[in-house]
Ligand binder design. Sequence first.
Ligand code: UDP
Ligand code: MG
Length: 350
Amino acid sequence: MSKDNKQAVDSRSLFYRTVNLSLSENIGRPILWIIIPCYNEQEVLPITAPLFLKELTHLRDTDRISDKSRILFVNDGSTDNTWNLITEYSKKDPHYIGISQSRNRGHQNAVLAGMMEARAYCDITISIDCDGQDDIGAMDEMVDQYLKGAEVVYGVRSKRDTDTFFKRFTAESFYKLLNAMGAEVVYNHADYRLVSARVLNAFADFHEVNLFLRGMIPLVGFPSAKVYYERHERIAGKSHYPLSKMLHLAFDGITSLSVKPISIITSVGVVVALLGFLGIIWAILMAVIGKTVSGWSSLVCIVCFLGGIQLISLGVIGEYIGKIYLEAKHRPRYIISDRTWKPYHREYKE
Ligand code: UDP
Ligand code: MG
């Protein structure tokens, strides 16, 4: 480890000594927890679980991380054999641990559950999908960036050659739409990222129920870096993110992070009102001249146009009200029903 890196890590250790006593002995090599959400992944897990362990061992052997590092599987209410596999792995090797959500809550909630579980026990977390699509080897560079001082490291897909044209087109439009609508996200970054416990402790104060992690994490701030990697094909099983779910995620992202759609409605409203005003002048002029016999089609057009704009606007405003409704209830964002391990942190209450 270079002198600069050592200084950066030492100053962090000081932070952990004051904030998190359980890490006080961890000076030098950070404890890493890899967080892997799993939903019905019985086909892919037996292939990728050893790959994650191999990477963890490699990071440890190259002196980047502590041996107290762990691989945390978050079972997101799978209905297949996924949880049994996770428990089996955790018996075979202590580096594997798992938690299970009481029901399926979606990928974002599963990652959040993992991050909140991890933050009391580690210095850094890396979240990654369990299907092997994201290059596991990129973790080396992510940890290196952390050791150089970054608190958040975004994994960015450099190429999407293995995705179908349709998936690539929809995914890239997704990022463009989000940015155009005022939800700032890192282009081509999904949920493969390193986040330090320090950032997670700050992030724990973001209480929203509508989660869109890739847009929320940048809001926490702290120094960040990017690591580029190539996205592969899914090793086995099938995607849980069809177009409908992706559109839902995009809409959720926009309405959770930005009120730009409401401003757009206001602007459209102003333009339509101006046109309407011109229409009134036109109608009065026509009446004065006496040419008011025909006009059925123009009337129908105007009524339909205004009706459409009003309905869309009401829908968008309704979405925001729906979000406020969900936030106001303050329901838990995840409920952990099972663990393969016993939390040992003193703040934990079982
Ligand atoms: N996932 C989850 N809960 C869900 C759907 C997906 O935890 O309700 C997990 C899934 O097991 C995988 C990750 O989220 O590890 C990404 O899902 P997937 O690979 O199906 O999405 P894609 O890569 O096709 O966008
Ligand atoms: Mg995938």
